[in-house]
Design a protein around this ligand. Structure first.
Ligand SMILES: C[S@@+](CC[C@H](N)C(=O)[O-])C[C@H]1O[C@@H](n2cnc3c(N)ncnc32)[C@H](O)[C@@H]1O
Length: 274
């Protein structure tokens, strides 16, 4: 699997630090711990594209398997691409003593249909799509589990590309309008545009500078805050290309309300200091 630059390593290090701290924090509790990776990839990331590096970078799944202090009791890898699933199955076979499930499924459907008795379980979920694949109805399902601390990559760059250059909301393509509504869960993304006293539609002040990225991100975060309440962490990390263009926003939400204090402290510390 090929992709990524420094921002990929940044994202994976944030996740890995959190997984390490999370499993240690829950080590002496009665819970079984699960790691779920809904856009799992292939286990390794080919660095061919990166001229300054060679070989492979460990992907999120391999990093989760290798968490040592208190290893996860179960790992679930969901991946739509059959070839990547075959790679994940080989990875699973390298760790015969671990409970690893590879699911060749579409991530949204898999998570929405997930029926698990969460009472004895806590865990971490990683949502690492290429672009706008994560649907709001999936986020709602995850919030209802009250069990999975969730790291979400919000695709600021993909979303910004959908906005009409004319900055007039009616110029957005119907396909993209539908996609944004699926991602945001409602028409809230249209709030990016506000009506002037003259009846014209303009982008929110401040949004012009960043092609609407900041405005749309604020709206998405407002929606998360409404859904998760205090389980939503307002601190997040902007992941950028080597030339400084924003790609993704890395966002964190807590699973169980009882974990809000420690989970937000750990995630906040990692996001601010790392
Ligand atoms: C950015 S990569 C994940 C990289 C991985 N986290 C890692 O560190 O190696 C996104 C992955 O999601 C898969 N994917 C894309 N859309 C999907 C969907 N709707 N359901 C499940 N997997 C999907 C792609 O095939 C790809 O392997």
């Amino acid at each position: 699997m090929q992709f990524g630059g420094a921002w990929t390593e940044e994202k994976l290090q944030i996740l890995e630090r959190y997984l390490d701290a999370y499993t240690t924090a829950l080590k002496n509790t009665p819970f079984n711990l699960v790691y779920m990776d809904a856009f799992a990839g292939a286990g390794q990331i080919d660095l061919q594209e990166d001229r300054d590096a060679a070989g492979f970078r460990r992907g999120s799944t391999l990093r989760a398997i290798q968490i040592r202090d208190k290893p996860f009791d179960e790992l679930v890898f969901v991946e739509r691409d059959p070839a990547r699933c075959a790679d994940l199955e080989r990875l699973r076979d390298d760790y015969p003593n671990r409970r690893i499930t590879v699911e060749n499924s579409e991530a949204n459907g898999f998570l929405r249909d997930l029926r698990k008795d969460w009472r004895a379980w806590r865990g971490v979920l990683f949502l690492d799509p290429f672009a706008t694949e994560v649907e709001w109805s999936t986020i709602e399902a995850i919030a209802s589990f009250h069990a999975l601390d969730t790291w979400i990559l919000f695709p600021v760059s993909a979303v910004a590309r959908m906005l009409p250059k004319s900055r007039r909301p009616d110029d957005i393509s119907p396909t993209w309008a539908t996609r944004l509504t699926i991602v945001f869960g409602d028409q809230s993304w249209r709030r990016l545009y506000r009506e002037s006293p003259q009846g014209e539609l303009f982008m929110r002040p401040g949004s012009m500078r960043d092609s609407g990225v900041g405005g749309l991100l604020d709206i998405y975060k407002d929606n998360l805050k409404r859904l998760f309440g205090k389980r939503f962490l307002s601190t997040s990390r902007r992941l950028k290309t080597s030339t400084g263009s924003p790609l993704f926003e890395f966002i964190f939400c807590v699973g169980n309300p009882r974990g809000i204090g420690p989970a937000t402290r750990i995630a906040g510390h990692i996001l601010e200091r790392m």
